[in-house]
Design a protein around this ligand. Structure first.
Ligand code: ATP
Length: 274
């Protein structure tokens, strides 16, 4: 088992965020920072107050983006607009400014579309950053690799002395895990995805999902060649799967750590950069 790495700031911020999703805190600030994470599987809005503490948040599973590309432009605008309206009602104020992020390597591909979706939903876009930069605003690591296993892809970012020295993003993510479950359990994709997200099923699912986790591990192994990576930090919703970190550590031979809830690390980092 990997030893526990102290993710003090990250875990505290995520815990606060989980609490305000359930119970927003209105009236604490005259100014709000919003992060919009337009993911392959999930759209997450995070709202921070003027001292950069979480005050509200909302998310919805959706199929409007694939591998960083907006495939349902109007659907994406609609979801962001609805989540924005929900948060504005909870906070009793208009949310004007938002930052967003794009997966590494997709800036030339689709950064414009992501920006237009957020503007189309009524925000003024203050920053468009890459996902690893967002994640590291919360993780605050200076050496090692951030491995972001999201819905559609696995992103690998290698840092040395606080600087990004290598970036890659490859297909294989939570969608592939859900497809395996759908096939094995004769479920629809969305039933399988929902089944997978329930921690009560994780122990049962781990042997079935092992080949996909092994594939993710081999992707990591391929990309870290030539860099002396001593630590892996897992983020992204797929890493919520209990026990996954142990398999990745065994397959890569690199000490592997994950925060208490890897799903919200990048979305919070986006809002921190707003
Ligand atoms: P991408 O970064 O590839 O564009 P994304 O931003 O939508 O995708 P995330 O929100 O980080 O990705 O993660 C979504 C994935 O995480 C989905 O496949 C979802 O099923 C999975 N996931 C979310 N919660 C859990 C959980 N508790 N257990 C297992 N998997 C989970």
């Amino acid at each position: 088992m990997p030893e526990t790495k102290p993710f003090a700031y990250c875990d505290q911020l995520v815990k606060q965020f989980e609490a305000v999703i359930q119970k927003p805190i209105p009236g604490r600030s005259s100014f709000y920072y919003t992060g919009v994470d337009l993911g392959t599987a999930c759209v997450v809005l995070t709202v921070l107050d003027d001292s950069r503490k979480p005050v509200a948040g909302a998310y919805r599973y959706a199929d409007v983006v694939r591998d960083g590309m907006v495939v349902d432009y109007l659907g994406a605008i609609q979801i962001v607009r609805e989540l924005k309206a929900q948060l504005e009602q909870q906070l009793g104020t208009e949310l004007e400014y938002a930052a967003a992020a794009i997966p590494p390597g997709t800036d030339l591909l689709d950064a414009g579309a992501i920006k237009h979706v957020i503007q189309g939903a009524g925000f003024e876009v203050t920053a468009l950053l890459d996902e690893p930069t967002a994640a590291n605003a919360v993780l605050q690591i200076s050496d090692g690799a951030i491995v972001d296993i999201g819905g559609g892809t696995t992103g690998i970012t290698i840092l040395k002395d606080g600087k990004v020295v290598y970036l890659a993003d490859e297909a294989t993510g939570g969608t592939h895990f859900s497809l395996v479950i759908a096939g094995a359990y004769q479920m629809s994709f969305s039933e399988a995805d929902c089944f997978k997200r329930d921690p009560a099923h994780h122990q049962e699912l781990l042997p079935l999902l092992r080949p996909v986790i092994d594939k993710v591990s081999s992707i990591i192994n391929r990309h870290v060649v030539g860099y002396e990576v001593k630590e892996l930090y897992l983020v992204g919703g797929t890493c919520c799967l209990s026990g996954m970190e142990t398999i990745i550590e065994q397959k890569t031979g690199i000490a592997t750590y994950k925060p208490s809830n890897p799903l919200f690390v990048t979305p919070l980092g986006i809002a921190l950069n707003c």
